[in-house]
Design a protein around this ligand. Sequence first.
Ligand code: SF4
Length: 251
Amino acid sequence: MTSSASGSRRASGGSPSGRGPQRARTPRTPAARRERLHRVVDRLDEAYGRPVLASRLSPLGELVYTVLSQNTADVNTDRTYAELTRRFPTWAQVRDAPVDEVEDAIALGGLAHVKAPRIVQILQAVSERTGEPDLGELDEMSDDEALHWLRQLPGVGPKTAACVLLFALGRPAMPVDTHVHRVAGRLGLLDPGVSAEDAHAILTRMAGPDPVDIYAAHVDLVRHGRRICHARRPACDRCPVNDLCPSAFRV
Ligand code: SF4
């Protein structure tokens, strides 16, 4: 869609001049990007409701949950996690179980043949390093130390590590999934070509330091990517931040 065809810049407003919208400028400095992100989050909070950070799983539970969530809808991840923990009430039991039994327990979520050995490997690695399948020692580490520690585990990338730190421990770490990466890029918060991996540290600094704010930014950008700023054909005419977006009506 072109800007002239769009009519209005904001979903709730219009162009008073009738000459079409002015395109938002791309913020260039860290301060400008930070300010832009905070305005975007305020708007998305208004549109979708302010997300509230509250941990629901232990750090190790969150780590396993995040592995299960890969390429899986949230509802199926919840069911799969519930089934895994029903069949194996302790993480030591999962660690010591035959991999095909773990695979069977998580079959509902898909990619079980990949996720089951990964989960067992992680539990084994945690046990080797701490003596038991428990991540309690992260409490004694700085944020950077905890991030580094988690990244040493098999198959744990920056997104999974950030999920554990933010969701379970309330630490300042922004998980960057495909939605966060795409929407932040379109909003001009990331330079072109910045990888999702590199975006973790950039967006953590931009949204932080308060984990409450980082969580809100993360959830808002994910929801926005799912509901309006789709990978293909984003609905810019319905977007509550289209007057803040340099990509509006240009994707
Ligand atoms: S939907 Fe359009 S205007 Fe809104 S953030 Fe995405 S690209 Fe920008």
